[in-house]
Design a protein around this ligand. Sequence first.
Ligand code: DUC
Ligand code: ZN
Ligand code: ZN
Length: 482
Amino acid sequence: MKHDLAIRGGTLATATETYRADIGIRAGRIVTIAEAVTDADDVIDATNRIVMPGGIEAHCHIAQESGMGVMTSDDYLSGSMSAAFGGNSCFVPFAAQNKGESLANTIQRYDGRAAPKSVLDWSYHLILTDPTPDVLAELPEVFAKGVTSFKVFMTYATRVSDAQFLDILSVAGKHGGLTMVHAENHDMLDWMGRRMVDGGNVAPRYHAPSRPGLAEGEAINRAISLARLAQAPLFIVHVSTPVGAKLVAEARANGGQVWAETCPQYLSLTREDLDKPGMEGAKFICSPPLRDTATQAALWQHVQGGSLSLVSSDHAPYRYDETGKFHAGKDVNFRQIANGMPGIEMRLPLLFSEGVTKGRISLNQFVALSSTNAARIYGMLPRKGTLSIGADADIAIWDPNQTRIAGEMHDNMDYNPFAGIEVTGWPVTVLGRGRRIVEGRELMAKPGDGLFVKRATVDLTGQPGHPVPELDPAQNFGANLS
Ligand code: DUC
Ligand code: ZN
Ligand code: ZN
């Protein structure tokens, strides 16, 4: 049977291999990978191009109110469009529960935001802000609907106590859900933040020393310990320090089911960016904060060595005006400025340029960090995140030699924190289920073309677990633990 579309002449790259082949697509799926596919209604010439699984953006905030109540500037149209121009064919934004709200209602609210607008296939990670017993009882139903991961905070007003965290982890672990965590010690941050401001240190640059790396290390260590006791898998979001990355690597080496990501801002920017004239530094306020150059170099080593499984954008777009960064006014201290920066379109070009082009990581590592590992950890393999027979034809075609200076993006932002960086390697065509989403500088997909992706529960095959002696009946006098 004839193919609908053939991608011809390109070099294919997956998380494990790089080789020359054509791809044949039928009904939105990859059906042929062969030396030559010659019978197709439509052909994309990928000569001198790299053909990869489309990126999966696994940490982004789209049409979401922040903890301070500020709405992101991107909705599901501008957010998905910008992601697509950055080489992504699928994304997983957060759906944040309101206090007192059922999780079913949260998902329904976000379906109303996503379904009519998204040009990309999408799923959600829930954010649990109100983990009452009723809400915990609802989690298994949510997992069964295909929303199999959710995030909790160890800081902010919506933080969970250690006891709540244990209960949450325990339910998630029993039912195959993956708990994600923002790990910073709340009291350390609050204590430092107050001391900074009380001492008159209010400029944006003080955001960095107000959130010491020590607070991240402490919280990651605690989160891993709690997950171990609750016998549950854990994902640490936006790791910004080598101490944190090392804890994750050690936990996994000891048999723990623990994964983590870092973000382009921690690999490309430093705390010096916060020290700009006037309030310009506000553009670089994100949490955890930007660190120093030595920290950045050490984080790159953890990316290279595999301690960190993903590089995600943590796209949290708040404009440099009163709708975003300055929602509380312009004459404010750094603690009152909206927390987050955009990066959904820059994530992959930056990782390609700084990683592959500069020889820090292989092309296959790039594919793993940008797509395949997210698909594996978040229950989307083998449908998404790889080039294999039967997979959705979610494909990004890259020109590895195209050089551009980063500038304006397709998001709804009024600044790009990475502007001015020379980037070599850009996506030129992005397909979602075999249809063109982006072709060159043109958006081809229409709002609402994306579909919800029902994800599987966590695959712990080959994961030995992380035994705690006190849970072993042979070592706890046969205690009956409910
Ligand atoms: N954490 C995030 O994941 N995003 C924005 C701000 C924050 O603290
Ligand atoms: Zn966070
Ligand atoms: Zn985030």
